[in-house]
Design a protein around this ligand. Structure first.
Ligand SMILES: O=C(O)CCC(=O)C(=O)O
Length: 358
């Protein structure tokens, strides 16, 4: 068994389990249980609707009239992209039609602050036919600032998590999207309590020990700008060039790209299946720090998926140091670059250090 593959298996055998499902809890855990069985093991869990049964939001936020009334004098930030993939890889030059494929960049969405009612309209209008997809996904504690009037509809923090982690959340964010908004694979340096309020979110999860399966590479940072008059997007690489380390894997390639994607990213496509978790309205996912996650959403009959997440500071402890060390090791099975099947190369120290959020 190759060295890194045996690490992936061992982590599943010892802690995470060998199925692709996430451990479910019927009621919120006691703080000690949460700390002992999940946080210290860096293991996700999904907590049933009992976790948010007392939140007014679970009933009120299905009503758009309520939301627009509550936020009638608020303006909020929406992120616009041509395809719903904000903070994601995109071809630098979309006009190139023949091989080889154009190089990729890390594209940030066009961010725009608009009155809440307009934001909701833009999100609802987002479709394959519209010329943009809008996603409210500002990650700067926006729930307590831009969406302040809604804060009373949810808990200010997750009490059993705050007690277990010994702190209050560093940031609380609100997410409003529809079918077309998608978040690409990445990881965060936070303990994340992710509550879906309306609709559903589908998470693909990989533990930090599977880092090599994500093919993290440095991509030039680029920025979309949306030109309202023409309804077109411009994607420009930032000057001076700045590199962002980002995961290269798209877990849902188009059928015509499946062969090339599986050939380019064999460690992802032929390794253990990622953990999969659909978080339904009212449920809370504990997404441990440094886990890679990819997120899609299924709106409810009002056409929206709304979620609130609580980011708690993680401990920069020995586990963090081990994961960083693991990530710094270059690992590529020989057949990836010689075309021959066979044993993986020995682990080699990386020749350069990666930096940034990945
Ligand atoms: O809901 C999403 O689209 C992404 C959530 C996420 O990446 C996070 O909470 O860290």
């Amino acid at each position: 068994m190759r060295l890194i593959e045996s690490l992936w298996r061992e982590v599943r055998d010892l802690t995470l389990g060998n199925t692709s499902s996430v451990h479910r809890l019927d009621s919120p855990p006691a703080p000690l249980e949460f700390l002992r069985d999940f946080v210290s093991l860096n293991k996700p869990c999904l907590i049933s609707k009992a976790a948010t049964a007392h939140w007014p939001a679970t009933a009120l936020w299905r009503d758009r009239a309520y939301l627009t009334r509550a936020l009638s004098s608020s303006s909020v930030t929406v992120h616009l992209t041509p395809n719903g993939r904000a903070d994601s890889l995109a071809p630098i030059d979309c006009s190139a039609s023949s091989p080889p494929p154009p190089p990729l960049c890390f594209a940030s969405a066009h961010a725009q602050r608009v009155p809440f009612a307009e934001a909701l309209e833009m999100i609802s209008r987002s479709s394959r036919e519209s010329n943009f997809v809008a996603y409210a996904q500002q990650q700067n504690d926006c729930f307590r600032s831009e969406y302040g009037p809604l804060a009373r509809d949810c808990d200010e923090h997750v009490p059993w998590a705050s007690e277990a982690l010994g702190s209050l959340p560093e940031a609380v964010n609100l997410w409003i999207g529809n079918h077309f908004s998608e978040t690409s694979f990445h990881k965060d340096h936070y303990e994340n309590l992710y509550a879906v309020v309306t609709g559903e979110k589908h998470f693909l999860l990989l533990p930090p020990t599977d880092v090599h399966r994500m093919y993290i590479k440095a991509y030039p940072a680029a920025q979309y700008s949306y030109i309202k008059e023409t309804g077109e997007f411009k994607l420009e690489v930032e000057e001076p060039i700045k590199y962002v380390p980002w995961c290269s894997v798209n877990p849902y390639p188009l059928p015509e790209n499946l062969e090339s994607e599986t050939a380019n990213f064999p460690l992802y496509f032929s390794g253990p299946k990622p953990f999969e978790c659909t978080v339904k309205a009212g449920e809370i996912l504990y997404l441990p720090s440094m886990w890679f996650h990819h997120v899609r959403q299924i709106p409810d009959d009002t056409g929206l998926t709304i979620a609130v997440n609580y980011w708690y500071d993680m401990q920069f402890d020995m586990k963090y140091a081990y994961f960083n060390f693991l990530q710094s090791i270059v690992y590529q099975p020989i057949h990836e670059h010689t075309g021959t099947e066979g044993e993986a190369e020995d682990l080699q120290p990386a020749c350069c250090c990666k930096s940034g959020s990945q």
